[in-house]
Design a protein around this ligand. Structure first.
Ligand SMILES: [Zn+2]
Length: 164
């Protein structure tokens, strides 16, 4: 089970697992995940974006435990198809969906792409994306949307602080 990245020339591209978005722009349920599971995944992706504790409901250590529990509930099994080995959930439904996310995280940690898998820090975005920048320094899911808004807010605050 590999992470799928939309073909794009953009630096940050949304990430999907088996065609399902890992995060939703409107903060709604992601692939039917429980809020605790969703927050756990987001905590780890925010940590990859240099924000380990800022507003996470759980610590990265707890988040890892949540993912481990999810992998257990999904009953992940090792499979050896011709395309290459993968972890496949034996369970269907929500448990299986989160199991696919856990399997994708597992594969990304093994192949070295995990640090580039990030969550956008702008509220309420939280979009999961793959950082394709040459030095893995992308922060926002999109410079045109979240990056631009963050810059505008920072500019407004500086002007207010300066009395302008
Ligand atoms: Zn964003």
């Amino acid at each position: 089970m590999a992470l799928e990245q939309a073909p794009s020339t953009q630096v940050a591209v949304p990430v999907t697992v088996s065609g399902a978005q890992m995060a939703a722009r409107d903060g709604s349920s992601v692939m039917g995940l429980e809020p605790g599971d969703r927050e756990a995944l987001r905590t780890l992706l925010l940590a990859n974006n240099g924000e380990p504790e800022r507003r996470a409901c759980v610590t990265p250590a707890v988040a890892r435990t949540v993912l481990e529990a999810a992998a257990g509930r999904a009953e992940l099994r090792v499979s050896f198809p011709p395309e290459g080995p993968e972890l496949v959930p034996a369970r269907a439904g929500v448990d299986g969906a989160l199991g696919r996310v856990a399997a994708a995280a597992f594969a990304a940690m093994l192949d070295g792409s995990w640090p580039r898998l990030k969550a956008c820090p702008r509220e309420p975005c939280g979009w999961a994306f793959y950082d394709r920048s040459s030095n893995a320094s992308a922060i926002w899911c999109s410079m045109a949307v979240c990056g631009g808004r963050a810059k505008a807010i920072a500019y407004y605050r500086r002007r207010r602080a300066a009395g302008g």
